[in-house]
Design a protein around this ligand. Structure first.
Ligand SMILES: NC(=O)c1ccc[n+]([C@@H]2O[C@H](COP(=O)([O-])OP(=O)(O)OC[C@H]3O[C@@H](n4cnc5c(N)ncnc54)[C@H](O)[C@@H]3O)[C@@H](O)[C@H]2O)c1
Length: 331
């Protein structure tokens, strides 16, 4: 990373969330100043988000702005006050299925909110901008593994469409304002603090209580699961490289685990980790859900030095241990 001020601020949007809080903790551990922005939206409960932030809130290098990224004035005020050198934009309405119920909310937060941040970054001379995109932009592409230059013109959910649109608006801002921007396509992230709506978290709770798991489809759909520590490492590497004159000023990177696992295998792994045979209720595939994801990591390996290390089994063990340590479950 081209060296900026020693006290340079990194703004992390969505800092109270699953990925945002983990990124924040790592930046703080490295001695950086972090300003978090989050509106504690009710997609899941505030208690979980406060727990995510507990470590950061106790550290002097951290400030939190409770604000909605749709509120343009609040975003501009925050940038004027803190002048962030780096923006790591993770705040979003996430989740495929709820985006089908309320697409207007998804476009307002994921697109209008992103434009507010881009405008504020340009106005205040930020030096780099990272945008959280998603493997969902690949839709039901047949060619695997998915590579960054593959066509991504056929999203199959409003959520995926907002992420692709976010990448496009980032490209336009880079072109017009020369702001270095990297778009990071995360592939199904799991581990401690995982969002409660995501399958691994839901299934760990259901299996531990001896309740039935809803399995959508025949169990053969597959995902390239990525452990949270690997994602954090990828985000920090991207931060180091964004703005490096040896790399393009606008670039898309896959951050995946590169080992796709079927839904049935994932459920079996949960059973092994919890020590209880899962009982499964088979249901039809859900609209918006893609058949498979699988990241081609050639570009992120070559250009960022990214390399995922944690297997699904090891990662689920660590997520399960965290659920028990935080008292979310009686065992
Ligand atoms: N978790 C995954 O598997 C995954 C995969 C691909 C992409 N992503 C992307 O990564 C990012 C982080 O995802 P996550 O899983 O940590 O989700 P999360 O819901 O845990 O975190 C998102 C945070 O953004 C905040 N937020 C939502 N709307 C906001 C608004 N209008 N103003 C300010 N803050 C707002 C929420 O309160 C939350 O704390 C998102 O952009 C998501 O689309 C996640």
């Amino acid at each position: 990373m081209s060296e900026g001020r020693a006290d340079a601020v990194t703004l992390v949007t969505g800092a109270a969330g699953f990925i945002g809080s983990a990124v924040t903790d790592q930046l703080l551990a490295e001695g950086r100043r972090v300003v978090g922005m989050d509106n504690f939206c009710d997609f899941y409960n505030r208690t979980a988000k406060e727990r995510n932030l507990a470590n950061a809130r106790g550290l002097p290098g951290f400030d939190l702005i409770e604000a909605d990224i749709r509120n343009r004035e609040a975003v501009l005020d925050a940038f004027r006050k803190y002048q962030p050198e780096t923006v790591i934009h993770l705040a979003a309405m996430a989740g495929v299925r709820p985006s089908i119920e309320d697409p207007a909310l998804y476009t307002a937060v994921n697109l209008d909110g992103t434009v507010n941040l881009l405008d504020a970054a340009v106005e205040n001379g930020s030096r780099r901008f990272l945008f959280a995109s998603s493997s969902s932009v690949y839709g039901n592409n047949e060619k695997v593994p998915f590579a960054e230059d593959d066509p991504v013109d056929h999203p199959i959910s409003p959520y995926a469409a907002t992420k692709k649109a976010g990448e496009l608006i980032c490209h336009a801002y880079h072109h017009i304002h020369s702001l270095p921007i990297f778009c990071l396509r995360f592939f199904t992230v799991f581990g401690p603090r995982q969002r409660p709506d995501l399958a691994i978290s839901k299934f760990l709770h259901l299996v531990s209580r001896g309740e039935t798991i809803p399995m959508f489809g025949d169990g053969s759909s597959s995902r390239d699961y990525t452990f949270i520590e690997d994602i954090v490492d990828g985000v920090l590497r991207a931060m180091q490289s964004c703005g490096d004159p040896a790399l393009p000023g606008y670039r898309v990177y896959n951050l995946g685990g590169s080992e796709p696992v079927s839904l049935k295998q994932m459920i079996d792994t949960i059973g092994q980790v919890v020590g209880r045979e899962p009982s499964i209720d088979r249901r039809p595939m859900q609209p918006g859900d893609v058949d498979r994801t699988w990241a081609d990591l050639s570009r992120s390996r070559n250009e960022l030095g990214y390399e995922p290390h944690t297997s699904l089994h090891e990662g689920i063990k660590r997520q399960w241990a965290w659920i028990r340590e935080t008292g979310q479950i009686d065992t």
